[in-house]
Write a protein that binds this ligand. Sequence first.
Ligand code: ADP
Ligand code: MG
Length: 306
Amino acid sequence: MARIVVITTSPEMGEQGRIAQEAQALGYDFCLLSLKDFNYSIVNGEIKVEGYEPRKGDIIITRAIFKLLHAITALVSYYKTKGVKVFDNNLLNHKYSINKLTDFIKLATYNIPMPKTYHVSYFSMYEEVVNNVGYPAIIKLTKTGRGKGIYKVASKEELDLFIKERESLIDSLGLDPNEKEFKLKKEAERFVIQEFIPYIHDLRILVIGEKVYCMKRIPKEGDFRANFSLGGSVELFAPDQKDIDLARKALDAVGLTIGGVDILITQDGRRYVLEANHTPGMLGMEEATGENITKEYLQYAIANAR
Ligand SMILES: Nc1ncnc2c1ncn2[C@@H]1O[C@H](COP(=O)(O)OP(=O)(O)O)[C@@H](O)[C@H]1O
Ligand SMILES: [Mg+2]
């Protein structure tokens, strides 16, 4: 029987169980290949990966791969040479699943409206760029998702505290001055600084090939981040054609055929794209729309595996 093989480094994500369920409902065998622990051998030129024996008719779907990207994409390319079909949502080309620093540049290249965004290499430069965007400012990690690395600083005192906390962590490592400088620079470079958009709607538009789904996300009490994964509630939202066009343009800019585009809408109707998510969650959208989005995702991936 044909088999769907999902390769991931995040086997714990809720979607994985839904994908297994829907793959089986579509009549496929299913294998979740977690490379969270990546154990392989190459003996006499033969590559063997613990947990996976390629079979004729396998369809590999790469999903939520957040580490060892170069090695894992090389491995997937190897399986392709063995005749296994792959749906990678362009991962083999990008070689990243989350890299906002890169995607902001791609979005700007396509003139996609986005919040003013600054990236600087030293904490000593933060205050100046925060002054450019004004308070409150958003400081966000460029390589995390699901709302985890998003901070809001409302005043110079909060900004100083944000920096101090990170500096004291590095101080506590007891490094020599050179190493400490290096670590501090690396830490400062993990973030971007953005203007805060006082939004009235935080939309997620999920595009799966020709299909488009849209929900509005409402932050839980006391939070400004609307992510479903942080406990935000979701409701069905009917997007304007221009929002759908904007989402499609954002996907083109980043280079995805399946993606989740976050759009903030302000009182006066301005739109700001926050990101085009390469591994969009499906559970929130299923809750909001009542539709079987996981099935749609799988059918698209199967039809477009090459
Ligand atoms: N510049 C901003 N202005 C206002 N809210 C923001 C801004 N950036 C992020 N947020 C809030 O935080 C949420 C998560 O931000 P996002 O950039 O999409 O990162 P993630 O990849 O963690 O989802 C957004 O959906 C929004 O509610
Ligand atoms: Mg987001």
